[in-house]
Design a protein around this ligand. Structure first.
Ligand SMILES: [Zn+2]
Length: 70
């Protein structure tokens, strides 16, 4: 089994996201979705990093379990 290393883009996205959360934590305006200039900038930065990521579509539908031939 191999661990999948996060790409630089993924790491950047995570960083942008934690910056965003850290700001929301201490910003009353952003907490009620009345985004202040800083919050807006962080949100945009976070969105930009997400666009840089390859589309990570969650796999939908479960693979049918293998059946034993009877
Ligand atoms: Zn804010």
């Amino acid at each position: 089994m191999t661990l999948v290393e996060p790409t630089a883009e993924e790491r950047q996205a995570q960083e942008a996201y934690s910056l965003l959360l850290a700001h929301f934590d201490g910003c009353e305006s952003c907490q009620i979705e009345n985004y202040c200039p800083v919050g807006k900038r962080l949100r945009r930065a976070h969105r930009a990093t997400r666009f840089a990521l390859p589309a990570s579509v969650p796999t939908t539908g479960t693979a049918s379990p293998p059946r034993e031939g009877s």
